[in-house]
Design a protein around this ligand. Structure first.
Ligand SMILES: Cc1cc2nc3c(=O)[nH]c(=O)nc-3n(C[C@H](O)[C@H](O)[C@H](O)COP(=O)(O)OP(=O)(O)OC[C@H]3O[C@@H](n4cnc5c(N)ncnc54)[C@H](O)[C@@H]3O)c2cc1C
Length: 461
């Protein structure tokens, strides 16, 4: 801005003339608006000093460029460019820690530079420039820091710790003090584990909400993803001394609208299932819910991961017999290399089972076309299933298909059950799953005019 205003004036006018309009050159009681904190505070940082020498010589453009506002202006620009560079999605993915540290460093530098930038007090705007430009963000940052300091003093009780057999997932059940507001389905909270890092607060979806004897108990599932989460897996163990942790939340997330739909499809890839587990825990706790039909898909590399939530699934099995609404869990395991590539012993097994499945599907269709089990619905590529009976406390068998769901088929099947009911489709998974579900929604919306498939997406990074 100075390049098109102030510096041009410096080039065309003498110090004597400029002193008449520069805010800093005015004597006490002048009618100009206050420029800095009551004016004349940072005179030591003023270059050139104000008032300017009372000569008839033109001050010159370069004197403006090399002034305190000029130099700090370039530095402010450089800081903004660096902030943009370190905030690129690619950079954040590569190292969130570097992004986080640089953000704190650069934003602080930007605010300090802004203070110095206005030290010359050339223009009066009525309030300190730094407050005018960055007042609100500084206030909200200060509020967050103060709030987290307060939250660090509250005692959070860790009541249950479960590690999945694969070692990838860690489930934490914690009791919150009464000062926390009641969380709702799909929300998330920040967790701080001082033993892992005093300064880091990481966001995690609240995967379960329960009120036990008037105390709010919430569940988190933490996947060992990077430096901090791996440290937390080491520090918080199922047995032994309970680690200290702090919680900031709950906060709103896209999945909170899931309850507004009567027909819901939730698709979670790996730990992305947590928003839907929260929905399931809501249903299991018998809380009022709008839904008539819900289909929850959970795909995971290791089938034993489902066992981490066996208490919830067992409760659901019990509850669904007495309450309204229909709930279907689609648990698909997608171990690495589960897709048949046409070679090895696996291919023989795959071919043999395909043959068996196709025969079975034909028999099912002949008997009753509406009674085809999910795992047999994919006629082109039938899925094998593992039947396990250690997930439900009742010992009832649960079939876990091996392979990805065919989302277009599945969504169409959900829609066909009531062709006039809109379907809320929620996805929390990686890009490939997101894309295939989005395409499936488009295909479904194009094939019907009586219902809409509403696509919603949330991701963790
Ligand atoms: C709203 C939300 C809900 C989430 N829910 C879950 C959940 O239920 N279970 C689960 O396992 N994971 C969840 N995550 C992801 C989890 O926050 C990251 O896996 C975790 O912070 C990774 O930290 P790290 O140091 O171990 O890994 P890193 O390798 O350092 O980070 C991996 C990625 O996680 C993200 N990340 C890292 N640190 C932070 C931070 N302080 N704040 C925000 N994002 C960060 C970055 O995108 C980074 O690229 C959620 C994320 C968000 C934004």
């Amino acid at each position: 801005m100075h390049h098109i205003g102030t510096f041009v004036a410096f080039d065309q006018h003498s110090g004597k003339e400029l002193n008449k309009v520069l805010n800093c050159a005015q004597g006490p009681g002048a009618s100009m608006p206050v420029g800095y904190l009551g004016s004349h505070q940072l005179t030591l940082l003023q270059f050139p000093a104000c008032p300017l020498p009372e000569t008839d010589e033109k001050v010159g453009y370069l004197a403006g460029v090399l002034s305190t506002p000029g130099i700090t202006g370039y530095l402010l620009m450089a800081v903004i460019i660096l902030l943009g560079w370190f905030s690129r999605p690619k950079g954040r993915r590569l190292s969130y820690r570097v992004f986080y540290a640089m953000h704190h460093l650069l934003v602080t530098a930007w605010v300090l530079l802004l203070v110095v930038h206005a030290a010359n007090d050339w223009v009066g705007v009525g309030v300190p420039v730094v407050l005018l430009i960055a007042g609100l963000p500084i206030l909200s940052y200060g509020f967050t820091r103060a709030k987290r300091l307060y939250l660090s003093c509250l005692k959070i009780e860790l009541v249950k710790v479960v590690r999945s057999e694969s070692g990838q997932l860690l489930r934490l059940d914690v009791d919150l003090p009464r000062s926390y507001r009641l969380a709702t389905v799909g929300e998330y909270a920040y967790i701080n584990v001082p033993k892992a890092s005093c300064t880091e607060w990481h966001p995690f979806t609240i995967a379960g909400i329960e009120v036990v004897d008037g105390v709010q108990r919430i569940t988190f599932i933490i996947m060992a993803a990077g430096i901090w989460t791996k440290k937390v897996h080491e520090i918080i163990k199922p047995e032994g001394e309970r680690a200290v942790l702090h919680i900031d939340g709950p906060y709103f997330a896209p999945a909170v609208t899931i309850q507004a739909h009567e027909v819901v499809v939730g698709i979670g890839g790996g730990v992305g299932v947590t928003p839907f587990l929260s929905f399931l825990s809501h249903i299991a706790s018998d809380a009022a819910s709008n839904f008539k039909r819900a289909h929850i898909f959970w795909t995971t590399r290791t089938a034993s991961d489902y066992k981490i939530m066996s208490d919830l699934f067992s409760k659901l099995e019990e509850r669904m017999q007495t309450r309204g609404g229909k709930l279907v869990l689609h648990l698909h395991t997608t171990p690495k290399g589960s897709i048949w590539k046409g070679d090895g012993i696996g291919s023989l097994f795959d071919l043999a089972t395909r043959h068996i499945w196709q025969k079975r599907v034909a028999t099912f269709i002949r008997k009753d076309p509406t009674m085809i089990p999910t795992i047999a619905r994919y006629t082109r590529m039938p899925l094998h299933a593992v039947v396990v009976n250690d997930i439900l406390h009742s010992g009832n068998p649960v079939a876990i298909p091996v392979g990805r769901p065919d989302f277009t088929r599945e969504l169409k099947a959900v829609g066909n059950q009531d062709t006039h009911a809109d379907v809320g489709v929620y996805v929390c998974a990686g890009e490939p799953v997101k894309q295939s579900v989005e395409e499936a929604c488009v295909a479904c919306n194009m094939s019907t005019t009586t219902q809409k498939f509403h696509f919603n997406y949330e991701r963790f990074s």
